[in-house]
Design a protein around this ligand. Structure first.
Ligand SMILES: Cc1cc2nc3c(=O)[nH]c(=O)nc-3n(C[C@H](O)[C@H](O)[C@H](O)COP(=O)(O)O)c2cc1C
Length: 310
């Protein structure tokens, strides 16, 4: 893990509803050192639904994966950690615990950013993950992803990070917004820097990194060991290499992405948002996006790409 990030410190962030196998394959081919699953419910894994496992298991062409879990019960994390380690073997790079999600559906059950108010339970969750993993394979890192705090101007991140480090967390990702900000305002990179200063483990910075240069700047300003990119990857897998694609390359990448969605069995509706992202800023973008809204099958989307290029 350390060697991987020393060579290339840019990571594809976890994004529910977005970072599926096709998305991760595009990000890795664009230069991401690592890509995360969408967040996965430990309760869902407990009930063993195929739909939940689909979020966890990487496609055969993915080299490996970081799996992110969410929940609130340490016992369920222990069980999930064992099950994930068994199923993924050495393709599991790390197990991450979501302590950042601000969505009420998640926090009202005590998961996601609600954990920022309960360092003791969060530490228990980290230890439970280790216990679960160790029954299968020792040495799999457990990491956590946090926000500044739950409520505006009540920053807990540095202190909370120290508690997670003491509990055995191998690295910590920090999104510099409070949970109740959702995605409003600017991410405070100062918070990332304060966490870097508070702990010895590697810190991964997250928030408002839209370009390769932003990522370099975040590392320079905060001293973080790696940078996670989420929205900056929309229609732009090249963000990980800093290369600026031509319009033709963008359309071709969209077609490849559509084929990957199809090949990995994803719902083709996902291609509609992809079209909006890949076509952004192109001549006639608004019209092409409207046309994409009418597409249903992979063939429809591929024909649209051909028409744009004609
Ligand atoms: C659509 C969407 C879904 C997200 N889902 C997750 C998630 O499942 N787990 C998580 O830890 N963060 C999630 N995030 C947060 C991102 O990983 C990231 O921390 C945040 O968007 C800030 O980075 P950015 O400015 O690069 O987008 C999500 C963000 C977006 C926009």
């Amino acid at each position: 893990m350390h060697e991987r990030l020393a060579g290339n410190p840019l990571i594809m962030a976890p994004m529910a509803g977005v970072s599926d196998a096709a998305y991760r394959i595009m990000a890795r081919s664009g230069g991401a050192a690592l890509a995360y699953s969408e967040m996965v419910s430990v309760a869902g894994l407990h009930y063993g639904s195929d739909k939940t496992w689909d979020l966890v298991v990487p496609h055969a062409v993915e080299p490996d994966i970081a799996v992110q879990l969410f929940g609130s019960e340490p016992q369920q994390f222990e069980e999930a950690a064992t099950a994930v380690a068994r199923r993924l073997g050495d393709r599991l790079v790390l197990l991450d615990v979501n302590m950042a999600c601000p969505v009420p559906k998640v926090t009202k059950g005590g998961a996601g950013s609600a954990l920022l108010d309960d360092a003791q339970r969060s530490a228990e969750i980290v230890r439970a993950c280790h216990a679960g993993l160790d029954t299968v394979r020792s040495g799999v890192p457990v990491t956590v992803k946090i926000r500044r705090g739950r409520r505006m101007d009540e920053e807990v991140a540095p202190e909370f990070a120290m508690a997670m480090e003491a509990a055995g967390t191998a690295a910590i990702a920090v999104h510099g917004r409070f949970a109740n900000q959702m995605y409003r305002g600017e991410a405070d990179w100062g918070c990332v820097e304060r966490v870097v200063q508070a702990v010895k483990i590697p810190v991964v910075g997250s928030g408002d990194v839209y370009t390769y240069d932003d990522a370099q700047r975040m590392q320079d300003v905060t001293g973080c060991a790696a940078v996670m990119i989420a929205r900056g990857t929309y229609g732009n897998p090249w963000v990980f290499s800093g290369r600026v694609p031509t319009s033709t390359e963008r359309i071709e990448a969209f077609s490849t992405h559509v084929r990957l969605l199809d090949a990995t069995g994803a719902h083709m509706a996902r291609a509609r948002s992809l079209a909006g992202w890949y076509f952004k800023g192109m001549p006639g973008a608004a019209m092409w996006r409207r046309r994409a809204m009418e597409c249903v099958t992979a063939g429809d989307f591929l024909r649209l790409s051909q028409q744009i290029q004609a």
